[in-house]
Design a binder for this molecule. Sequence first.
Ligand code: 5GP
Length: 177
Amino acid sequence: MAIIKVHDKEFTPYLTEEEINEQVTRIAFEINRDYQGRKPLFIAILNGSFIFAADLFKKLNIEAEIAFIKLASYKGVKSTGKVITAIGLDAELYGRDVIIIEDIVDTGKTLSQFLPQLEHHNPSSLKIAALLHKPDAIVHPIKIDYLGFTIPNKFVIGYGLDYDGLGRNIKEIYQLV
Ligand code: 5GP
């Protein structure tokens, strides 16, 4: 693997396909162990998590459902700040064991706004599976229950993650030079 250029920026190899696969396999093992007989509902947050979600889901040997949502932020009519809403969340969460699948937790802002909305639906349990976490960037601390990698505070692409639309189909994860 060598340095690649996406749009105007250069990226250097960071995590190999094999390293990613090892961690996804480990997370799947832990979920298979923890959710035996519970039929969890996974909620994958698009776009970035689509590859992680698919790879993880294929490795599950328990009964499980998956839903895909998009988060959109808009300016509330009355509120001053931005409000995050989930598009495509039509699954019934009440009484379910829910696991959020996220590509990366950066500042934690997205999940810190979105989790209370989900808790409002009274799921039996609510856990987070994230492939990547940048602890140095965190502003809103989030408890990640199943984590692939802790990474430095540098922009990454590949394995579903993009830089301005490109790079999602790269099999490895690359870091901004
Ligand atoms: P947060 O709300 O935790 O700051 O941001 C979460 C979202 O920001 C992620 O789901 C992802 O879409 C985007 N993001 C954060 N860091 C990176 C990064 O290094 N690379 C890419 N491609 N997206 C990122």
